[in-house]
Design a protein around this ligand. Structure first.
Ligand code: PEP
Ligand code: MN
Length: 340
């Protein structure tokens, strides 16, 4: 259940109530909004809910108690109706400004990464992406540069000022990757790697959680709940396409997932039209559709020479294509009342 406090509630009240909740053996999660603080009381059995909510309602500093029937509580909209804005080194994700994350699928060399980082920065991207640990369907394809790649990403951040995002696949790498990255990426293949989600939940590092390629939206929300239930609320949802009967495109970008995720959750939602389509020529159109549908930004793959890319070349934008797309998105952002 979710306990909404009155605007007059003090820090002492918050402390008293969280202690009260924990003493009963439940989890207490505090969300401080601009006007009101909300406390999530997690782990109450259905049969106990009515009586317990009556008790909490009687407290003078409690305005309302909402019983949540959905299996996800902390990432659901009622926990933070005003929406979550995540600040990453001064870049806000989930606010009025759209966020553009861009860079190569995979870090291949210093030149490739630096050239791309400088270009996307110049064109107005806000965050640099690049994979150092790559999830590959085939064990024989390139697995990424590992820590060397992380060092290159950090150097690119140093030069351009762009915060960085990179994928982590293994619980054993979380600590190391956290030393470099500003945002963890959990890839589609790991959305249900619960050990990884818990490990990331124990950190404070923001995380972009991709939807599993065969996952229901509810399963995606529950994966986010795994992270939040450990205390890390800095979660960004990412729709990256799902597998359907259609094979013309690499995946089917589920445009519905964007307004659904915005409606049922308070978390920022980012679209990945690169993996969503698998074809560079389709990326700008699907990026635009996602922004029009209410996404808080996009994550796209950009490569100086896509024909030479070690991974995901066919879906990587050339520099000119990225520049053109940014121009288009600028006009669109204005039309939907947002900045970019
Ligand atoms: C990627 O971002 O390069 C990637 C591997 O994405 P996904 O997990 O969506 O396939
Ligand atoms: Mn990729």
């Amino acid at each position: 259940m979710i306990i909404v406090l009155t605007p007059q509630a003090t820090e002492r009240d918050i402390e008293e109530l969280t202690e009260n909740i924990r003493a009963r053996g439940f989890g207490a999660h505090v969300s401080r909004g601009v006007e009101r603080t909300v406390i999530g009381c997690i782990g109450v059995m259905d049969a106990e809910k009515a009586a317990l909510s009556e008790q909490f309602r009687a407290l003078p500093y409690v305005e309302q108690v909402i019983i949540i029937s959905k299996p996800y509580k902390l990432v659901g909209r009622p926990f933070r109706p005003e929406g979550t804005v995540i600040n990453v080194r001064g870049v806000e994700i989930g606010g009025n400004q759209l966020t553009v994350m861009a860079g190569p699928c995979t870090i291949e060399s210093e030149e490739q990464l630096m050239e791309t980082a400088r270009f996307v920065k110049q064109m107005g991207a806000h965050i640099l992406r690049g994979g150092a640990y790559k999830p590959s369907t085939s064990p024989y394809s390139f697995q990424g540069m590992g820590e060397e790649g992380l060092k290159l990403l950090a150097a690119a951040r140093e030069e351009t000022g762009l915060p960085i995002i990179t994928e982590v696949m293994d619980t054993r790498d979380v600590e190391l990757v956290a030393q470099y990255t500003d945002i963890f990426q959990v890839g589609t293949r790991n959305m249900t790697n619960f050990a990884l989600l818990k490990e990331i939940g124990n950190t404070n590092t923001p995380v972009l959680l991709k939807r599993g390629w065969a996952s229901l939206i509810e399963e995606w929300m529950l994966a986010a709940e795994y992270i939040a239930s450990r205390g890390n609320y800095n979660i960004i949802l990412c729709e990256r396409g799902i597998r359907t009967f259609e094979t013309y495109t690499r995946n089917t970008f589920d445009i519905n997932a964007i307004p659904v995720a915005k409606e049922i959750s308070h978390l920022p939602v980012i679209a990945d039209p690169s993996h969503g389509t698998g074809k560079a020529s389709l990326v700008p159109a699907v990026a635009a559709a996602a922004i029009a549908a209410g996404a808080d930004g996009i994550i796209v793959e950009v490569h100086p020479q896509p024909e030479r890319a070690l991974k995901d070349g066919p879906q990587s934008l050339r520099f000119e294509a990225f520049a053109q797309m940014m121009e288009r998105l600028r006009v669109l952002a204005q039309a939907v009342g947002r900045g970019i």
